[in-house]
Structure formats: C-alpha cells, structure tokens
Design a protein around this ligand. Structure first.
Ligand SMILES: [Fe+2]
Length: 413
C-alpha cells in the first residue's frame, strides 16, 4: 500500500472552487436529476448518473516549474481522487491528493493534484486514481468503483539547467488536429514544455469542447509526460463557458518563472475590442486587468529574478504592436511596450494576427525582436521552436509543411 507522505499538495484556488461547485451541483443532481435538462447538465459540468464511471480526460501536466508539477484529469462523476507516485514504476510509494480547503479534501470531477518538493532533474513515475462517490449522505458516503490510469512518467525540469527548450503553438481555433500535426513536425526533439499562446478555441461553449479540442489531443500527443504552459487569447474570454474555463487548468493567467537561463514573463492580453463594445454586453473588464498586469510587470522588471537572468522572454497573445488599431492592441502597446523596453526584454513571442512574421528590433518602437506565430488555416499554421542557452536564444518557426518560415538569433549583450 502506498503511504501518505507529508508532501504539500496545492490545488489552484479556482480549480478547487470549481470542484466544490461541481460537487454541490453533483449533490443536487443525485436528488433532482430529472429536473435538469441533460444538455444543460452536461454544459454545466454536472456528473451523469446514467453512465458508467470513467476518466474522460487526462492525465495532463501543467507547471510553472520550481520543482512542482500539477497532474490534472477529469472524471464523469464526482470522486475521491489521488496520485500515486515514486522513483520507478515498481515503487509508486507516495500518495498525494488535491489540496484540502477548510479541512475538506476535494470530491469533484475536475482533479488537480500538485506534487511539490520534487528533486531537480529527477524522473518520476505516477498513476492517477479516482474512486467514484456513488451516494453522499450526511453520515454515509457510498463509494463505487476505483479507476486507475496507466503508469506514466515525467522528468522534473532542473531550473538551474544550462539551457531551456520549448515550442510555441498559437491560434489553433478549434482545430484539434492541428495540435498533433504541428507537434509531429518537432518529433524527436527534447522539449521542457509546450507553450500555448492563446486562441486554442473560438469561444468557450462547454466542457466537451475543452476535452475534445485541447485536452485529448494534448494528452495523446505529449501532455502525460511533458507539461504545457497556457495563456488565454482574446477568444478564450468569449462564450457562456468562459467563466468556467480556468477550472480545467492549473494556471492560465499572467505569471513569471525562471527556467535555466531565462526569466519567462507571461501576460494575459485580454479582449481585442473595447470593454464597452456591445458584443461583450457589459460583462468584461479588460482595461482594468491590463492595467493591473502593467503594475505587476513594473514590479517584475525590477525584481532580482528578472534582472539577474541571462535572458528575458515575454509571451503574450496580442502582440505589443503590429496587430492593428483595435482597442485591445492599442492598449497593449500603451501599457506594456514602455515596460518591455525599460526592462530590456530579449524576445517577445505572440500570435493573434494569423500571419506569421519576424519583426526585428526597432529603436522607435519595439526595442526587442517580436516573433508572431501564424494560423489557424492550413498553410498558415506554425510551430515556433525556441532554444536558449546562457549565450544565445535561437528561434526557428516552421509552417505546417515543416518549412522554416522565420528565424532569429539573440546573442547575449
Ligand atoms: Fe487572437
């Protein structure tokens, strides 16, 4: 039997809330499923009593590095879930749950178990497990079947390593086949992570869309073993499910982390139209969110971690310039570009325009090279490959036929 160790298990607050929401709704569903339309129940992410218990997506890995990794998966019914892990497939001798809140372990469908205090550079083997909650009475909880995933493995990236290597995908726009296709062009390369730079979807409709158009293609291609990092584009903010969207990920907002010789800064550029545009019906607030991030970015560029890193790479869906005169793009130039210049960033990676392009530094505008990935149609899709050492950063952008359509080299100043 695996033993429970004193590993700190962290679940993102939003995921936890979603699990609680799902749990509460699931409780209601047990008593009153007949009152709910099945489609509505599915859209709301409520578990379905007429199906056998199953894992419907995952496991998929996400991390912001720093010797922790989050393992996520989704079951079709509420469950008690955990991860068994260890140094080899025969020794899954540690067990971790999602983070408890106010003394309660999660008991929902969207599972996020974060393994902390991992050893730098070490390979871990892991197996997800979920035990169905069949009936939840105040003083009697009845479990059903326990399901386990296959034993998988990942390597915990050593943040002190000499080089970092990753690929960027952007503007997939609900074309799930693009994910394996583009990643297939990079077969054999060893990457630390896959970065999704927004607009994986056209708009958010329901859970099934997230599963079918992103989680399954990612899990099938790489995400059981290699983590992804994800920031929203303007399209992830749209649709009736946009407010539930973040529950399916460990992190999708702005953030910063150090990996090898690079300080990574990720910005969530929000919507492209003004907040008062009729299509948003008065329920978005992106000017404030961009300003809040600009304040945060100002602190970030004066931080020790940012200043001492050999290189600084910023990733943001809407580019800080060269993407037209829509309000969001102009606001990004206004609030972010002066800080990117002041912070002397070495490279900015973006998407959004659907036209791949390498913009060299310009002393009257972007003082940094700006690489924009293409998509989403065949012939315009790109995979952008980035490798950074302590001496230089090499960028190579391939189109969907595998032809290099852009490259750039940044050398240490
Ligand atoms: Fe976009």
């Amino acid at each position: 039997m695996p033993t429970i160790i004193n590993s700190t298990i962290v679940m993102k607050e939003h995921a936890l809330k979603a699990n609680r929401r799902s749990f509460l709704k699931g409780g209601l569903a047990i008593g009153g499923m007949a009152l709910l339309h099945p489609q509505k129940a599915l859209a709301a992410g409520i578990d379905r009593q007429d199906e056998n218990f199953k894992i419907v997506a995952g496991p998929y890995l996400q991390t912001n590095f720093g010797n922790s990794i989050s393992i996520l998966w989704i079951t079709n019914k509420n469950a008690s879930s955990w991860v068994e892990y260890g140094p080899s497939a025969d020794a899954l001798d540690q067990k971790a749950f999602g983070q408890s809140e106010l003394g309660l372990k999660p008991a929902g469908r969207i599972n996020c178990v974060t393994l902390n205090n991992l050893k730098p550079g070490a390979t871990y083997h892991y197996k997800i497990a979920s035990k169905e909650i069949k009936d939840f009475q105040p003083y009697k909880l009845t479990y059903g079947e326990t399901l386990s995933g296959n034993t998988e493995q990942f390597t915990n990236t050593d943040t002190a390593k000499d080089s970092v290597s990753f690929v960027m995908l952007n503007d997939i726009h609900d074309r799930p086949k693009s994910i394996p296709h583009l990643l297939g062009l990079d077969q054999g390369a060893k990457r630390d992570f896959v970065f999704f730079n927004g607009d994986v979807f056209d708009y958010q409709t329901n859970e099934q869309q997230i599963i079918d158009h992103m989680l399954i293609p990612c899990t099938d291609s790489f995400a059981k073993n290699i983590p992804f990092v994800y920031v929203r584009g303007n399209h992830e903010t749209r649709g009736k499910f946009a407010r539930d969207f973040s529950s399916y990920f460990h992190h999708v907002g702005h953030t910063a982390f150090t990996l090898g010789p690079v300080r990574f800064v990720i910005l969530d550029t929000g919507e492209d139209k003004e907040d008062t545009h009729p299509v948003y019906a008065g329920i978005v607030d992106f000017d404030a969110y961009r300003l809040e991030q600009a304040k945060w970015l100002e602190q970030e560029i004066s931080s020790k971690a940012f200043k001492k890193a050999p290189f600084r790479i910023v990733m943001m869906h809407i580019p800080p310039r060269y993407s037209g005169n829509a309000h969001g793009a102009v606001h990004c130039t206004e609030v972010f570009e002066p800080l990117l210049n002041k912070g002397k960033v070495d490279l900015v990676l973006s998407g959004h325009t659907h036209r791949y392009k390498v913009h060299a530094p310009d002393k009257n505008g972007n003082h940094y090279p700006l690489i924009i990935g293409g998509g989403p149609r065949e012939g315009t899709r790109t995979i952008t490959r980035i490798t950074a050492t302590k001496k230089d950063i090499n960028v190579s952008m391939l189109d969907d036929s595998g032809k290099e359509v852009g490259s750039y080299k940044v050398t240490k100043r």
